[in-house]
Design a protein around this ligand. Structure first.
Ligand code: ATP
Ligand code: MG
Length: 700
C-alpha cells in the first residue's frame, strides 16, 4: 500500500482547488473521503495570510460515527490541537449549533428539546386523536417528507392530492403548535429551521457566512432538498465548498434524498469545478468487476470508469444455503477458515503474514431482523461482534427514561419529557391527575410544569394529588439547581447516582422485569450511562500530544443540553476488535478486508418487488435503488467477498422457497472467472507456505 499521505493527480487537483465550488464525482473506494480530509489540511496550511482557522472549516458527514472517524483521520494529518477546533459534524448537529446560537429569532429558547421518533409518534397520536399506531406512523412519514421538501402545514395541505394527505396536513398543523408550546423540535426541524432562519434573517446569515471559510460535504448524493438549501445559505455568494459523492451510491431516496442536488449543482454554480476519480484503491479486481457489472444495469446519470491495480485476488464466492441457520453456520465456518489460512493469501486486505483480526470481517444484510440468527451463531462460536445500524444503545427504555429526566432539567416546557419523568418510576400520580393537569395547562396555554405551580390549580385537583405534584416539582427544581452547579466528573458521579437512589430507579427496573437477569443487565446499562455522562463533565486527566492535560470542566446541566444530539444519531464509535454486523445502509462509506453479503435473495435484496401498492414507475425506481444498495455492499470489500442466498426462507410465519437475487447473476461471475490469473493463485499459495513456515515453532 502507498504512503498514507499520497494522493493521485486528480485527488491533488480537488485538494488544491481553493477559490470556488468543487464537486468530486466518483465511484466507490476512489478516495473521495480521503480528498476531504486532505483538503482540510490544505485549507489550514495554505500560504501565510490565506490559511483558515480550524473553526472556519466545516466538514459534513452522514453519521456521527463518520464524523468521529474523520476527526481521527484529520488529527493524523494536522495534529490534535487543530483537529479539535474543526467543525466536523452531521447536517443535523450543525443545525443544533445554529439554533442554539441564533434560534431566538424564531422564538426558540437555547434550551429547546429535541424529540426522538417515539416522542413524535406519541404527539401525533394525541394531536390526531387516534390510537392506531399505523395511522400515526403514516402521518409521521408524510410530515417528515414534507419537511424535507421545505413545506409547512399550509403548503402541504394546498398541494395534498387526496383526503388522506389533507388529513395528515391538518394533523401537521396541530403537531407544530404543540412543538412550539413544548419548546421542542423534531429531527427534520434541525435542518428546516436553520434554513428558515438563514433565509429570513440577513444578519444571522451574514454572521454564519463570515464565520465559515469553507464547507466540505461527504456523501453528497444522499442530501435532501433542505440540506442543499442549507449548504447554499451557509456558503452564500462566495460558494466556497467542496462536495464529494457518487450517484451510484444514492440509497436514501426513500427518505427524501434527491439526486437532483447533484444534477443542479453545475446549473446553480456555473463556476463549479467537476473532478472525476477513476482509480479504486479499496478492492481487488474480481470484487470491483462484480460491482461494475451490477451497477451497469442501471441507467447512467454520470458515466464513470473505475479500475484497480490490486490484482484479481480471490474470486467472489456465491454460497447456497438451505436455511437462515445454515447460512449463519456457513458464515461462521468461512470466518474460521479465513482466520486459519492467515492474511498471507489475501492480498489487498492484510499485509503479508499478518493475522486476520475479528474487526476485519463484516456481515452485511438488507434488514435489521436478519441479524438475529447470526448473533446466535457468533455467540455460540465465541466470536465477538457488534451490531450497527440496528437498535442503538440509546433506544433502550432505561436510557430513554433517564434522558427524559435530563431533558426536563434543561427545558421544563418539554411536556413529553415531563410525562415520562413524572411516571418513571411511578410516584402515585395517576392518569386522572395528569389529565386534569393537562387540561389546566391547555386552558392557560402553559406547559405542564408551569401549570403545576399555578395557584389556581388547587381548584382542579384533590389536595393529595396536588401534594404529590408539588413534591415532584420541588424535586425537579432542586435537582436542576444542583445539576447547574455540579462541575466535573468527580462531582457529577455522586450527583447522578444520588438522583437514581432518590427516585429508586434500580428497584423500578426490578419491579418492571420478570427476569432478575434482565433487570440487572438494564441496571448495568444505567451505570454505564451515568459514567458516560460523568466523563463528559470533564476535569479528568487525559493523554494528549503535549503530555497529560486536564479536560475542560462542564456542569451536568451543560452536558445534558448536548446529549440529545449526541444520542440522536449516535452510534457509539468505539474501536474494538470485533466483527461487524450491519445493515447495508449503515455500511455506507466504510470498508473491511472480508465481507459477506447475506440473504441475497429475490424479495430481500431487491426488497419486495411484488408490492402491489406500487406503480410500475415506482417499482423501477425501487429496483434501481436496491441495485445501488447491492453496489454499496459489494464495494465495502477489500480482499474477499462472499455472497450467500437462501433456498428456503421465512416470510412472516411461513417458510417459502427462496430464489437467488437477480443481482447475483448481474455480477457475471462466470465471465470474470475466465479472467482469473493462475499466477495469482500460485503466488498466494507460496505466500501461504512461507507464512506457515515462519509461524512454525523452531526447534532449539
Ligand atoms: P466510498 O465511495 O465507499 O465512500 P471513497 O471514495 O470515499 O469511498 P475512501 O474511503 O476515501 O474512498 O478511500 C478508499 C480506500 O482507498 C481507503 O482505504 C483509502 O485510504 C485508500 N486510498 C484512497 N486514495 C488513495 C491514494 N491516493 N493512495 C493510497 N490509498 C488511497
Ligand atoms: Mg467515502
Amino acid at each position: 500500500m502507498s504512503a498514507p499521505a499520497s494522493l493521485n493527480p486528480a485527488q491533488m487537483q480537488a485538494v488544491h482547488h481553493l477559490d470556488g465550488p468543487c464537486l468530486v464525482l466518483a465511484g466507490a473506494g476512489s478516495g473521495k473521503t480521503r480528498v476531504i480530509v486532505h483538503k482540510i489540511a490544505r485549507l489550514l496550511q495554505r500560504g501565510p495570510g490565506a490559511e483558515l482557522a480550524p473553526s472556519q472549516i466545516a466538514a459534513i458527514t452522514f453519521t456521527n460515527k463518520a464524523a468521529a472517524e474523520m476527526r481521527e483521520r484529520a488529527k493524523a494529518l494536522v495534529g490534535a490541537k487543530a483537529a479539535k477546533g474543526l467543525v466536523i459534524s452531521t447536517f443535523h448537529a450543525l443545525g443544533v449549533r445554529l439554533l442554539r446560537a441564533d434560534g431566538a429569532a424564531l422564538g426558540l429558547k437555547p434550551t429547546f428539546s429535541i424529540l426522538d421518533s417515539d416522542d413524535v409518534h406519541g404527539i401525533l397520536r394525541d394531536a390526531g386523536g387516534t390510537t392506531d399506531a399505523a395511522t400515526a406512523r403514516r402521518w409521521q412519514w408524510a410530515i417528515s417528507l414534507w419537511k424535507n421538501q421545505g413545506l409547512d402545514a399550509a403548503q402541504a395541505e394546498a398541494q395534498a392530492a387526496n383526503p388522506d394527505e389533507i388529513q395528515a396536513a391538518r394533523v401537521m398543523a396541530r403537531y407544530q403548535e404543540r412543538l412550539s408550546a413544548y419548546q421542542a423540535v423534531d429531527f427534520d426541524d434541525l435542518i428546516g429551521l436553520p434554513v428558515a432562519l438563514l433565509t429570513r434573517e440577513a444578519e444571522v446569515r451574514g454572521k454564519w457566512q463570515a464565520a465559515l471559510g469553507h464547507v466540505l460535504v461527504d456523501e453528497y448524493q444522499d442530501t435532501n432538498a433542505q440540506q442543499y438549501a442549507l449548504l447554499r445559505l451557509l456558503t452564500g455568494e462566495r460558494a466556497m465548498f467542496t462536495a464529494v459523492g457518487d450517484d451510484d451510491q444514492s440509497i436514501y431516496g426513500w427518505r427524501g434524498a434527491t439526486i437532483d442536488n447533484l444534477k443542479r449543482l453545475p446549473e446553480d454554480y456555473p463556476k463549479l469545478k467537476v473532478i472525476a476519480l477513476e482509480q479504486n484503491y479499496r478492492s481487488t479486481g474480481n470484487i470491483l468487476r462484480a460491482a461494475n457489472c451490477v451497477i451497469a444495469a442501471n441507467p447512467k446519470i454520470f458515466e464513470k470508469k473505475l479500475w484497480s491495480d490490486h490484482g484479481d485476488g480471490d474470486p467472489v464466492r456465491v454460497i447456497e444455503c438451505d436455511s437462515e441457520e445454515h447460512q449463519a453456520e456457513r458464515a461462521v465456518a468461512r470466518i474460521q477458515a479465513l482466520r486459519a489460512q492467515g492474511g498471507a493469501v489475501l492480498g489487498a486486505g492484510a499485509p503479508e503474514g499478518q493475522a486476520i483480526e475479528w474487526k476485519d470481517f463484516a456481515i452485511l444484510y438488507r434488514a435489521n431482523h436478519q441479524a438475529r440468527v447470526f448473533e446466535q451463531a457468533l455467540r455460540k462460536a465465541q466470536i465477538p461482534y457488534k451490531v450497527s445500524g440496528g437498535q442503538s444503545y440509546f433506544d433502550r427504555a432505561e436510557i430513554k427514561d433517564l434522558c427524559a429526566w435530563l431533558r426536563l432539567l434543561v427545558n421544563q416546557d418539554d411536556d413529553p419529557a415531563f410525562l415520562r419523568a413524572v411516571t418513571t418510576p411511578k410516584r402515585g400520580i395517576g392518569h386522572q391527575t395528569l389529565a386534569a393537569l393537562g387540561q389546566f395547562a391547555g386552558q392557560w396555554k402553559v406547559s405542564l410544569y408551569e401549570a403545576l405551580f399555578a395557584d389556581s390549580l388547587g381548584t382542579a385537583l384533590t389536595a393529595k394529588a396536588l401534594g404529590s405534584l408539588h413534591e415532584f416539582g420541588r424535586f425537579v427544581n432542586d435537582l436542576e439547581q444542583r445539576a447547574r452547579h455540579t462541575r466535573g466528573a468527580e462531582e457529577a458521579r455522586p450527583l447522578l447516582l444520588g438522583w437514581l437512589k432518590d427516585i429508586d430507579y434500580e428497584q423500578h427496573l426490578h419491579d418492571g422485569e420478570d427476569s432478575e437477569k434482565l433487570a440487572t443487565a438494564r441496571w448495568t446499562n444505567v451505570l454505564d450511562f451515568v459514567d458516560w455522562i460523568a466523563k463528559r463533565c470533564g476535569g479528568e486527566m487525559v493523554q494528549d500530544v503535549g503530555g497529560t492535560v486536564e479536560t475542560e470542566k462542564k456542569s451536568v446541566l451543560e452536558v445534558a443540553q448536548t446529549i440529545a444530539v449526541i444520542l440522536s444519531l449516535a452510534e457509539r464509535g468505539d474501536e474494538q476488535n470485533v466483527l461487524t454486523l450491519s445493515t447495508l445502509h449503515a455500511a455506507k462509506g466504510l470498508e473491511w478486508p472480508h465481507v459477506m453479503l447475506v440473504g441475497v435473495n429475490e424479495g430481500l435484496l431487491p426488497f419486495k418487488m411484488d408490492d402491489e401498492s406500487l406503480t410500475p414507475e415506482s417499482l423501477v425506481q425501487r429496483l434501481e435503488e436496491e441495485r445501488r444498495l447491492m453496489y454499496v455492499g459489494i464495494t465495502r470489500a477489500r480482499s474477499t467477498l462472499a455472497v450467500s442466498w437462501l433456498k428456503r426462507r421465512k416470510r412472516g410465519r411461513e417458510t417459502v422457497a427462496g430464489a437467488p437475487s437477480r443481482f447475483i447473476a448481474e455480477m457475471k461471475l462466470d465471465e470474470n472467472r475466465v479472467q482469473e490469473d493462475p499466477r495469482e493463485r500460485l503466488k498466494a499459495l507460496r505466500a501461504q507456505f512461507a507464512a506457515r513456515a515462519a509461524a512454525a515453532p523452531t526447534s532449539p
